[in-house]
Design a protein around this ligand. Structure first.
Ligand SMILES: [Zn+2]
Length: 375
């Protein structure tokens, strides 16, 4: 049976925090129990408390317990994970469901066997009362930061800098990450440099040439109006960890042509990374609570802001400034429109444009919206 022992390969992992775990911990070549393929980058899940705890915490991150606790009317966790989900890629192999059963058994036993770990469920049979994590971690708010959001829309931001620093500085070791020199990210700009037309077999062939170098780099300060993280007249370098996210983040319309440029860091940089904080803090219920508070800031950065709500930028610009003054070179944060992450660099001079095969012009074929009904 392929599920004994249980292996999970990096290809089968979808969540960005899980991917980061694979790139920062020891991996081995083995046959993945989920996709049934031999893979260079596998991890054994049996007795791997760290990974079991991480997957448990990720279920809590993405889903409200209502969805997976049958006591509260939810489906069995298998039902949630055997179709397209936020954590794992679903393989059409016979072994997938069997491997999933074993994994879910590990997750269920996680708290029971070691009460210091992260728990999948809020309450337990033997405690009489049963609670429920009604909010996923990614939807949970921190009261202090919620009150601050209101204050920042009324009073000058600098009145709050000291108070906010005192609130988050004790956790700096968790959200700080070294970004090695030579790290590559992608930047998109709607439009293209030019196009040429050559004779084709029946119709003329049109070749598109993307913006390159400074035409796809951070704009001059005099051209910058306020953005999500930058105040007017301040030019930051916005990039993404993959092409898809970079394109989606410039909010193109169907039919738009979009240029992609690749940028590489010229020195080691120190960035804020909420995924790294998650890996460090998904250890106990208490530490996961600390992460949940910090994650409120990532939510602010990633939450879509419409044109009529631009005053909300005051809040995100405030936090960008807080981290810049803490000595960081940039911030990596969640994208609400792409599978990758966004990365913002305060000094665009820390990155240079580099040639890459993905530096092309892309056409937006269609946009897909996901709607949630509000209460
Ligand atoms: Zn696999």
């Amino acid at each position: 049976m392929s599920t004994n022992p249980l292996y999970l390969c990096q290809e089968c992992v979808k969540d960005n925090r899980l991917k980061l775990y694979y790139t920062t911990t020891k991996i081995e070549k083995n046959k993945c129990s989920f996709c049934d393929k031999v893979h260079e980058r596998c991890k054994n899940i049996d007795d791997n408390d760290e990974l079991i705890n991480l997957i448990t915490a990720l279920i809590r991150y993405h889903y409200s317990e209502e969805l997976y606790n049958r006591h509260w009317g939810g489906e069995h966790l298998n039902v949630l994970l055997e179709v397209e989900n936020e954590l794992l890629e679903v393989s059409p192999t016979e072994d997938f469901e069997e491997a999933l059963d074993v994994l879910i058994c590990f997750l269920g036993n996680n708290y029971m066997e070691n009460g210091n770990n992260v728990d999948l469920y809020y309450g337990h049979d033997n405690e009489g009362t049963r609670g429920c994590y009604f909010y996923s971690i990614k939807e949970s708010k921190n009261h202090f930061l919620q009150a601050l959001e209101n204050d920042l829309l009324k009073y000058n931001y600098f009145l709050y800098e000291e108070k906010v620093n005192a609130h988050i500085l004790p956790f700096m070791q968790y959200y700080e990450q070294n970004l090695a020199a030579g790290s590559q990210f992608y930047r998109a700009r709607i439009g293209y440099h030019n196009r040429t037309s050559t004779e084709g077999f029946i119709l003329p062939m049109i070749n598109y040439f993307p913006y390159t170098n400074e035409t796809i780099g951070a704009p001059d300060t005099k051209l910058v109006s306020g953005g999500r993280l930058n105040r007017p007249g301040v030019s930051f370098l916005y990039m993404a960890t993959n092409v898809d996210t970079a394109i989606n983040e410039v909010r193109p319309d169907p039919g738009h042509k979009v240029s992609i440029g690749t940028f590489k860091s010229t020195q080691d940089l120190r960035i804020v990374n909420f995924d790294k904080a998650f890996l460090d803090l998904c250890v106990t219920e208490e530490s996961l609570g600390t992460f949940t508070s910090l994650n409120h800031i990532d939510q602010l950065f990633s939450h879509p802001i419409t044109k009529d709500e631009r005053e909300q930028y005051i809040i995100t610009q405030f936090f960008a400034d807080i981290f810049r003054k803490q000595g960081f070179d940039g911030i990596q944060f969640t994208s609400s429109v792409g599978s990758g992450k966004n990365i913002l660099i305060f000094n665009p001079g820390h990155f240079v444009y580099v040639k890459d095969d993905v530096n092309k012009v892309y056409e937006v074929a269609k946009l897909q919206y996901t709607v949630n009904r509000l209460p």
